[in-house]
Design a protein around this ligand. Structure first.
Ligand SMILES: *[C@@H]1O[C@H](CO)[C@@H](O)[C@H](O)[C@H]1NC(C)=O
Ligand SMILES: *[C@@H]1O[C@H](CO)[C@@H](O)[C@H](O)[C@H]1NC(C)=O
Length: 483
């Protein structure tokens, strides 16, 4: 009796485990065009074919599309296995650029009083995010990976928690070459051996650089920070939860971010002085506006933008930053909102009147920044995070007034416009998205052209079901055998 129940449960579990695992390992094939590079053309085609077809034909069409894509991926991965990794096509002769972006992973911490249920959630969530990353990386073989800020969920954590979370970020989620960070800790720790950033030393260095304005902002043709270990370039953008809004950012915040995640402001120029010139601009836009706790950080960010402008770079620009640029209420989920600490702020009186939060960069600052970056009339694209829901708008430039207005679709009278994609969050609540940016070189016009698509995973539960059902099935089959 018991044995037959156990058997039924085990069979049911097996079926569930098989289907849910197939799902989590093939999910991008459900939306093959959204989850592949440069797909604008195929998406349009899909809609054309499907208009007016009956339900069952549509289902058949989707099923076929899914299976075709699974087969395609299978064959491709076989090929990659034989030929080795072919992402080295980033050289000058390539006509395509492949940038994979992620918005707001925002991983939470585990503290002494965190309940067990939440601990399990946090643990599972790390591997859920890691699954998305590894699936997308394997499928797409990107040359650049950009995490658009809010790597962590809170800027109010001690250095050793910042370090502990980085370890999870590196090991469980983004599978980073690991040793580098332990080296950092070996030379930056307190008496108990826990990571502690020497922000005074960082501050002295900052002051020195500030005198000469030589911050080392620029790079050229970097395809990996460590070519011996990997052939992708991994970029971390600062978010308000990593370093704070400008009213919060201290030397400690900025020092530890830079020590572990790299610079917050820099550019990398590729193929400069050729027709295929383009650049990646990483901007910490939290430190553009004040009143700031450390106003010198604001000056430093503007210094970056002025130096960038002075390059007179003759190529296309991909701008990555955290807080979206100014747009009217209703264009995206977040409207323009900006808040300051009250004059009588008792908890931290020294913050009275300082910038406390912002959903968008202010209107005037937006105009200024876009004019400094997108000033050579070459196509470009902006990738941001922060709002979690995701959104796509176009910034149209009025060349006479130097003002940029955001609209859903490009304005017909505007001669020059840039797309801003707010990448929908990678978190489970928002369906675990990845943002795909494809650059294609147009030989007729001699310029790079950019497209963006969003690839969703599906709610976290699918991932949990797959993992737990596989475990339980193993357990029930073992039980069945011993009964
Ligand atoms: C970070 O990890 C270390 C070593 O595992 C541990 O001693 C420390 O308490 C952790 N920090 C926090 C804030 O949990
Ligand atoms: C971004 O962070 C990851 C993980 O900590 C690290 O491997 C990578 O080198 C960082 N990028 C830069 C530019 O430092």
């Amino acid at each position: 009796m018991l044995k037959s129940i156990v058997k039924k449960v085990a069979i049911f579990g097996t079926i569930l485990a098989i289907f849910s695992n197939i799902f989590i390992f093939t999910y991008p094939s459900i939306h093959p065009s959204r989850c592949s590079w440069d797909c604008a053309a195929t998406t349009k085609q899909d809609n054309m074919v499907l208009d007016g077809l009956p339900m069952w034909e549509k289902s058949l069409y989707y099923a076929k599309r899914y299976i075709d894509d699974v087969k395609l991926q299978w064959n491709q991965q076989d090929q990659n296995g034989i030929n080795g990794n072919n992402s080295t096509t980033t050289a000058t002769d390539s006509d395509e650029l492949h940038i994979l972006t992620f918005g707001d992973p925002q991983i939470k911490g585990i503290w002494k009083n965190t309940p067990y249920r939440s601990r399990l959630d946090i643990f599972g969530n790390d591997y859920y995010l890691g699954h998305i990353y590894s699936m997308m990386k394997k499928r797409l073989d990107p040359s650049h990976i950009v995490v658009l800020g809010d790597l962590f969920s809170s800027q109010w954590v001690p250095d050793n928690e910042f370090y502990n979370r980085t370890k999870r970020y590196m090991k469980r989620i983004f599978n980073r070459p690991y040793p580098n960070i332990t080296e950092i800790k070996d030379s930056n720790h307190d008496e108990q051996g826990l990571y502690k950033v020497d922000w005074q030393a960082w501050g002295d260095e900052f002051e020195l650089q500030n005198k000469t304005k030589n911050f080392g902002f620029g790079y050229s043709d970097v395809y990996s920070w460590n070519p011996d270990l990997e052939d992708i370039l991994f970029v971390n953008v600062t978010g308000n939860h990593d370093t704070g809004y400008s009213g919060d950012v201290t030397y400690q915040h900025l020092a530890r971010f830079q020590q572990i995640f790299g610079k917050d402001n820099y550019w990398i120029e590729y193929n400069a002085n050729t027709e295929k010139a383009w650049r990646l601009v990483v901007l910490n836009d939290l430190l553009l506006e004040g009143p700031a706790l450390q106003p010198e950080f604001i000056d430093y960010t503007w210094e970056f933008l002025y130096q960038l402008f002075e390059r007179k770079f003759n190529g296309s620009t991909v701008l990555v930053t955290h807080v979206p640029f100014y747009k009217e209420e209703g264009m995206c989920v977040d409207g323009p909102e900006i808040g300051y600490y009250p004059a009588d702020y008792e908890r931290e009186p020294y913050k009275a009147g300082l910038l406390r939060y912002q959903n968008h960069i202010g209107q005037e600052t937006t105009n200024k920044v876009l004019n400094l970056i997108f000033n050579n009339d070459k196509p470009g694209i902006i990738l941001v995070g922060h709002d979690h829901e995701g959104c796509e708008v176009t910034y149209n430039r009025n060349s006479d007034s130097g003002e940029w207005t955001a609209t859903r679709d490009p304005e017909s009278e505007s001669k020059y416009h840039i797309k801003e994609a707010t990448v929908r969050s990678m978190m489970g609540e928002f369906n675990g998205n990845s943002g795909l940016v494809t650059g294609k070189f147009n030989h007729n016009l001699k310029q790079w052209e950019w497209t963006y698509t969003l690839c969703p995973f599906g709610i976290q539960h699918g991932w949990w079901i797959a993992r737990v059902s596989a475990l339980l099935t193993g357990f029930f089959w073992s039980l069945y055998l011993v009964l």
